[in-house]
Write a new protein. Sequence first.
Length: 644
Amino acid sequence: MKSLLIRLTLGVSELDITPDETKTVTKWLEKKYLTKKGSIYKFNSKYRAGTLGLVQKETAYLHVIGENIRDLFIEELGIATEGDLIIAQRLLGKRGTPSAKIVEIVGREQSYSIAYIIFKENHKALVDLKTDFPIGAELTPDELAKYKTGDVFKIDNQENKVLEYLGNITDPLVDEKIVMAQFNKHDEFEEDVLEIAKSFSPVDVKNYPKRKDLRDLDFSTIDPVTAKDYDDAIYWDDENSTLYVAIADVSEYVKPFGALDNEAIYRSFSIYLPHRSIPMLPRQLSETLCSLQPHVDRLAYVFEMKLNLKTLEVASSKVYEAVIHSKRRFNYEEIDAYFTGKLKAQNEEEQRIFDSLTKLRFVTDSLKIKRLKVGYDFRSVEIDMKIDEKSNLVSTEEAEETPSHALIEDCMLLANKEAASQYERGLFRIHEQPSQSKLQVLYQELAGIGMQIEIKNSTKETITNIQEQAKAMGLESEVDTLIIQSQMQARYAPLNSGHFGLGFEQYTHFTSPIRRYSDLIVHRLLKAINAGDTEEGSYVLRNIEALSMTISEKEREASKIETEFKARKYARWAHENLGKEFKARITATEVEVKAEIHDTISGARVLINSDGDISLFEDVIIRIESVNIPRAKISAIVVGKQDV
């Protein structure tokens, strides 16, 4: 439902309303919530759609869908509750805060939720997993009798009914089902989608006479050791100072409309859990036919960029469809081993590739130095988890950016940046500057830990000075995390407004169409532009405002799934370690005191129950006191300070 509200807020073509949505749209048109001009449906200017926020004293604010639109004050809620999706009529002519009245409750922002059975006051009850409050859906007494305490269910919030039994909360294997079910995500593909994915023939270059044949070039891929979906391959022509970034040509296989494209839009992103991935595309495409595997012909969409090595600018570029034949699949560790002299080439071909990558590294290192003069280098730590076959946390390791990561990153940044320069309206990856009010809160918080905050001529200079102080204090990742939290969230948008974090005037996502639908849109648009096909270009862009907002939401969903899964693994680990003491660092002192464990396991976030004198970023010893498995919450007390 929220997807429909977003599209109707921004204007949606009749062609893009599904048969299931047509009845709703017709009803709302009759009620004059909507207008129709030509083939475009849109909310009447008198009406707004959004999500009802926190209810206080029988009033609330409606968080209106759309950019730069103020929340509306709702005085009479009726039966509406927090989290409801609402259509409201604006109350014009009233002084004070913009306000509105509810005309219809159309659903819940969260279409699905998770409930479980608890035993309370001598009887079983079905309650929300995260709040323990009663949930709208019910099980009959006979049904409750058949299930055990702790049994977990997927709930349809629109219909208030139990959809699916997921398992028992005591079983670690249920964690993945919980995080997936709350956003209605699934691994399996419908048979009609799989049939399309299986229908494509192996790549035969004779069938693509119009594509550029780049099979003789020494392309290679560099990815994590566990990767199976190889989005990108690179080749550096040192003699001509030209970088080739070849990207899997997903748009050759995933065409607009049809079951395959609809499923890709619905998923929008691949989801990466510590032990496995849930792909956006069927594995027949994501891990085989589209994946730029070594020693086989593959279709690619290639940016060929000639660099001016004095200015480190792209002197000229072109993007085109090609056929490549990757010569080698490397993992990051292999390239790093070569760079440090620990790995030798096994043959002449491999030596050519290594020599080329060595020369390319000088270029990308220089590109990074230049980039960081205007952009930022944030050092928030990513934690890699190892999960066993029973879905228990075994170990953690802090992910490290190495020279091989940096080389690939700057190649991809260059291609993404160049793609964004090809159009004025399309799909951009934007990151707005942080507000001055948020920066002031950040500066005050950092001053509280002894930093000397000097307001320089620019935000860039001020933050760079803060980062230098953080490095001297041994708090690089912690301070960078606070800086990131003070900023706006990066998102997709149809018009460019720059990327603050990277320091780029224009930026988009071009390099990962196997795992991001945004990149697939960009490929389709660039192909239409190159072909001079204005009709196709208009078609790609017809609902770009709504699509960019929807994809941004899908990205946040994928991130929440990945984050919450890890939190559930940490909670189970903590439950096995109740009463034990661990080293931790205080990460928050306002509202609630929080810490992060850095010991035999790293990254577990803990709520601290303490009235003692605790400072931000102080290193302490904590004792795990309690764990709430359903809510994935760990509580602890501080029992001492770490020796400095």
